[in-house]
Design a protein around this ligand. Sequence first.
Ligand code: F6R
Length: 369
Amino acid sequence: EKGGYEYFMLKEIVEQPQAVADTLLGRVGVDGTLTLDEMRLAPSELRDIEKIVIIACGTSYHAGLIAKYAIEHWCRIPCEVEVASEFRYRDPILNRQTMVIAISQSGESMDTLMAVRYAREQRARVLAICNVNGSTIPRESDGVLYTHAGPEVGVAATKTFLTQLVACYLVGLYLAQARNLKFGDEINAVIEQLANMPQQVEKVLGTVGPVRELAKSLADSGTVLFLGRHVGYPVALEGALKLKELAYMHAEAFAAGELKHGPIALIEDGLPVVVVVPSREGRGVLHDKIVSNIQEIRARGARTIVIAEEGDDTVRPFADELIEIPAVPTLLQPVVSTIPMQVFACELALAKGNDVDQPRNLAKSVTVE
Ligand code: F6R
């Protein structure tokens, strides 16, 4: 059942182009029309939404953080993201015009389920994004959008994360179409690019070979830091989480702009720092800022491991290791930039002799609060 791979995780990483394609299947028409019938929200309800609140845990929470950037930009609806275990204890402001999106691969995370119940008591509309058919969270929600990643056996979320991103983009683009024709051209262009993501994911998988060697060379590091800006920041958080859970290593992620507010003091000779460089398209300022961040940490001795768009020559002089990913629109970049992070953590963990399918102390679905 592992399809010739030693671990499910390795197989699940390779299955990502298919998982992404299956999640898009039947939802994106040739003319760019989106069909998300299972959402079960009437057009009038979609137009009435005044606020979106995303709740999730762990990796699913990182998908939510990325969704916020996309939804606010495309739909102009204020969007909050919160860790499910914190959500209901802070007296959040919810009403009929609030759409709560609960993201859960398993559909069984107790923290997320309790947050869903709370949101419904407060009369919010709850949409679940979930990978397991008929699981508890979608059953208790008003609507559902299933990710079609297929079963994920490895404890660490990989293919389900990519498909959660796709599902979040679909919801954002669908809302934008339903509410706001002003951005029509941009929205249509993004839909076209989204439809092309399976090929881009395939392309990344073809080029991550060097990441394996790199990961092995870092098995003795005490700490790895991750930096990103904009949607690259949640990708950095995801990279750090993967390294903690699989390689049992200390890893921390920062918004690159926060460096100078404290974390830069951590930089010392030889410290590995993974940096996600934003796409050049449309966000030149962000791109230039991160290039200076890379220069700053390198001047202080960091070993820079840079994930950047292919052909991005501006970062090359400051990258001790350069990992190239295809050029895609900024908001979609996490779909490709996450993959080197997964491979990096997986290989590093394997180099340490860890079982990547069953990391210590962890369970695939966390059914206690
Ligand atoms: C990380 C991981 C966990 C889950 C979290 C939420 O690789 O697998 O952080 O993402 O426990 O699980 P779901 O999405 O099932 O609610």
